[in-house]
Design a protein. Structure first.
Length: 257
């Protein structure tokens, strides 16, 4: 079989609801590697947030921060930070609405307020601790993704006011903020260039709204059974729920296992 490249989202795809990797997923990924295929991660998380997972699965290539920071076999091949002036303008506007902002780079995350219920609720759903407080973090570091903590009804206000950003909601109280051209798909295209691969050799598994472009781009887009309906609609295949051996079944469905 020709070598393929398979991209896996993390939350709701590799990780189940308890943020654990099902045994069948671990075994399936190990078998893909034994058969000589390229295995990579494509996630909204920053690299420091899934270091243990990369070690556990022995994966060294990944599209992180929703495509803004891409690593191929341990080497940084693409960076796409947010425009600092625009980020500052959005922060000042958000502060007036009592909407906190988190700033994420490859090695850490900081928030612009010392405490807020919106942050506790949404970050807590990822089984993560409250981030460090440093309101000026974005002024000294390249920020590849921001998180804007606000109710769903506020999203349209930010979309209209800041068209230079792409807002992707992943929680009722939080959305990711990317450059307008930013997406997992854009990051994957950078890795495909490095691999010299053809699109029909690319497979991608995902479940969230930040996976829409990725699943549309890949020659073989596979939505998890637990995916949003909008995600299933753009996927070429729909597998079982993450907790029902969804990865293993999906790989069998497309003939990779």
């Amino acid at each position: 079989m020709t070598k393929k490249t398979i991209f896996f989202d993390i939350d709701g795809t590799i990780y189940d609801e308890e943020k654990r990797v099902p045994a069948s997923t671990k075994e399936a990924i190990a078998e893909l590697k034994r058969r000589g295929h390229n295995v990579a991660i494509a996630t909204g998380r920053a690299p420091y947030m899934f270091e243990d997972l990369r070690e556990e699965l022995d994966i060294h290539s990944y599209v992180s921060l929703n495509g803004q920071y891409v690593i191929f076999e341990g080497e940084v091949i693409y960076r796409n930070p947010l425009a600092r002036a625009s980020l500052q303008e959005m922060t000042l506007f958000a502060e007036k609405q009592d909407h906190p902002v988190a700033y994420v780079d490859a090695v850490g995350m900081s928030v612009n307020v010392p405490d807020h219920e919106y942050i506790k609720t949404s970050i807590g759903s990822l089984k993560m601790a409250f981030p460090m407080y440093d309101a000026g973090y974005y002024l000294q570091n390249d920020i590849y993704q921001a998180m804007l903590f606000c109710p769903q009804e506020s999203q349209i206000v930010y979309e209209e006011r800041f068209p230079e950003f792409n807002f992707i909601r992943w929680n009722p109280l939080c959305m990711d903020v990317l450059p307008d051209s930013g997406s997992k798909a854009a990051g994957i295209e950078q890795m495909i260039k490095r691999l010299g691969a053809r699109m029909e050799e690319i497979y991608a598994f995902g479940d969230g709204l930040n996976d829409l472009e990725m699943l549309s781009l890949a020659g073989h887009g596979i939505a998890m059974g637990n995916a949003e309906d909008e995600v299933k609609a753009v996927a070429r295949y729909v597998t079982k729920h993450v907790s029902e051996n969804g990865i293993l079944e999906g790989l069998r469905m497309v003939g990779l296992l």
